[in-house]
Design a protein around this ligand. Structure first.
Ligand SMILES: Cc1ncc(C[n+]2csc(CCOP(=O)(O)OP(=O)(O)O)c2C)c(N)n1
Ligand SMILES: [Mg+2]
Length: 548
């Protein structure tokens, strides 16, 4: 005889799950133990939101569902911010929440609250296990819901009496595991492809803008083939960066604003037309431009904030392949040469200006100088997780990206506190890659205890903190609750057996990073605390009428 908890673990293993993130507690202990008995790696974190956030990074890096688990009541409600973050950024994090027994609902039972209702608006799909024999079906459904079409988080509520119910194992059926290679990939019609090619033939100044949809579709190489065949300049959302290495000849990072403003054809693929790209609408984008949009999710096409000239429901991979074939003999790189040259010249000029700012040796250290030091230090395929406000904006401007999926940050939800958990999840997903977390000091505090998780689980993450003494820059000293002072966060790292560095001079940053790298090579997590200028305020495109 087995109990429901054993069946959850077996169903997860059957679906190919190898790792999960959790904090122990009833009624989920049985599931957690059974998973580890079956050989799954359980990473016990220090706050449940960090379990969901670590899962987020894991999913992003591996294009796989991630699993997090929490005890009933406050354990489950603690997951919420991480799951909401995954919802806002369309990432397949699967949360299993322990719940009060069905038999005692509404009778004042311990930790009894309607968790399913709480998670409904924060997930792509959510449900409750009602019958022990249907557990494998529901785990399979959870994975399928999370992974197909536009991905997203799901929640499964697991009442304690079902988890502990005995069941005859011979009566349990396991569906064939979800196979991502067989996922539906809608293709554009011949007419749609023709229409897009016509617009490309007529265009003189087109721009391709893409997002993480391209990464989920595993279409990076197809995107590059299209970009090279057409000679079209490309830009990505902050998290879609690296789909094509940003030192590619058709990448003009610092000419972004000009490219958006002057484009006469905007091709939007695998990204939402949300505030992150200024809705692909005026004032950031040319009002007179033609616009083509390709997305796997029909509701995205239907919900475009700007009238589309052509809207196509299609998967990015096939769409790029069709377009690359269809433009043959009609659009060549020569077509857009003048346009590219304009962007190239602008980019070269602005890059040179930027390099001067980045090299500043002002004291206290400017966050841009810190970014430059990290840029020059990090591996080309480093996984860089960035969290904060000023440091996030500076990092975006200053540090290019060469590897798809390896850049994750506070995202569309603007969630502070994701950095450390992302580092943990990233190192679990890709233990052989360099993982650097670039953190604000405020956001670091939110999940700082994940440094302990990194140490306990031998996940040598290199964390760099831009310690500007509080939340955001505040040159005019006008923000309530902004100041946090300058505690010795390097000592915090050392308290858990990690490597600590404390830096106040620009020229000391690189040697400190090198020492931290050595500690990381020896298996230790490292905390490099760099005191930065509290007056430094990054400029970025405004997306609200107010700001933090
Ligand atoms: C969970 C959460 N709480 C609060 C905020 C509001 N907020 C946005 S930016 C920010 C400050 C970030 O400061 P820090 O991490 O120190 O980075 P810095 O901007 O100083 O580089 C805050 C509190 C948020 N976005 N998310
Ligand atoms: Mg700060």
């Amino acid at each position: 005889m087995a109990i429901g908890s054993d069946i959850v673990a077996k169903a997860m293993k059957h679906e190919g799950v190898t790792d999960f993130f959790y904090i122990m507690g009833a009624p989920m202990l049985g599931v957690e133990k059974a998973c580890m008995t079956l050989g799954l790696r359980g990473i016990d974190v220090r706050h449940e939101q960090a379990a969901a956030m670590a899962g987020f990074a894991y999913s992003r890096l591996l294009n796989r569902p991630s699993f997090c688990m929490a005890a009933s009541g406050p354990g489950v409600t603690n997951l919420l911010t991480g799951i909401a973050h995954a919802w806002a950024d369309c990432t397949p994090v699967i949360a299993l929440g322990g719940a009060a027994p069905v038999a005692t609902w509404h009778r004042g039972a311990f930790q009894d609250i309607d968790q399913l209702a709480i998670f409904k608006p924060c997930t792509k799909w959510s449900d409750r296990v009602h019958h022990v024999r249907r557990i494998p079906e529901l785990i399979h459904l959870a994975v399928t819901q999370a992974m197909t079409g536009k991905p997203g988080p799901v929640y499964l509520d697991m009442p304690g009496d079902i988890l502990y119910q005995e069941v005859d194992e011979s009566k349990i059926e396991y569906p064939a595991p979800y196979d991502h290679a067989k996922r539906p990939r809608p293709a554009p019609s011949a007419g749609e492809v023709r229409g897009i090619v016509d617009l490309m033939v007529k265009a003189e100044q087109p721009v391709l803008i893409t997002g993480t949809g391209v990464l989920w579709s595993e279409a990076d190489a197809d995107m590059q083939a299209f970009v090279e065949a057409a000679g079209i300049p490309f830009y990505t959302t902050p998290q879609g960066r690296g789909a094509i290495p940003e030192d590619h000849a058709h990448s003009y990072l610092t000419a972004r604003a000009a490219a958006f403003r002057d484009a006469d054809l905007i091709v939007v693929v695998g990204t939402r037309m949300n505030y992150v790209i200024g809705h692909a609408a005026p004032p950031r984008w040319n009002a007179a431009a033609k616009i083509v949009r390709i997305d796997v999710d029909p509701s995205e096409i239907a919900n475009s904030p700007r009238r589309l000239d052509i809207g196509v429901v299609a998967d990015a991979k096939g769409a790029f392949q069709h377009l690359t074939n269809a433009i043959k003999g009609k659009v060549t790189p020569a077509h857009y040469e003048t346009w590219r040259e304009r962007l190239r010249i602008r980019n070269v000029q602005k890059m040179a200006e930027a390099e001067q700012q980045l090299s500043t040796s002002q004291s206290p250290i400017h966050p841009l100088r810190l970014c430059k030091e990290i840029r020059d230090f990090m591996d080309r395929d480093c996984i860089l997780c960035v969290d904060g406000q000023e440091i996030l904006n500076y990092g975006r401007q200053a540090i290019p990206q060469f590897t798809a999926r390896h850049r994750i940050n506070s995202g569309a939800f603007g969630t502070m506190g994701v950095g450390m958990p992302f580092g943990v999840g990233a190192k679990v997903a890709k233990p052989d890659k360099q993982v650097i977390v670039l953190h604000g000091d405020g956001s670091f505090g939110m999940n700082a205890m994940e440094f302990d998780t990194a140490m306990r689980h031998h996940l040598p993450v290199l964390t760099v903190i831009s310690q500007n003494g509080g939340w955001t820059g505040d040159p005019n000293k006008e923000k309530p609750g902004r100041d946090l002072g300058y505690p010795r966060l390097d000592k915090f790292g050392e308290a858990f057996g990690g490597h600590g560095e404390y830096v106040t001079k620009p020229d000391d940053i690189r040697p400190a990073l090198e020492r931290a790298k050595k500690a990381v090579a020896e298996g230790k997590a490292a905390l490099v605390c760099v005191v930065t200028d509290h007056n430094a305020r990054a400029t970025t495109a405004a997306f609200t009428n107010y700001s933090t």
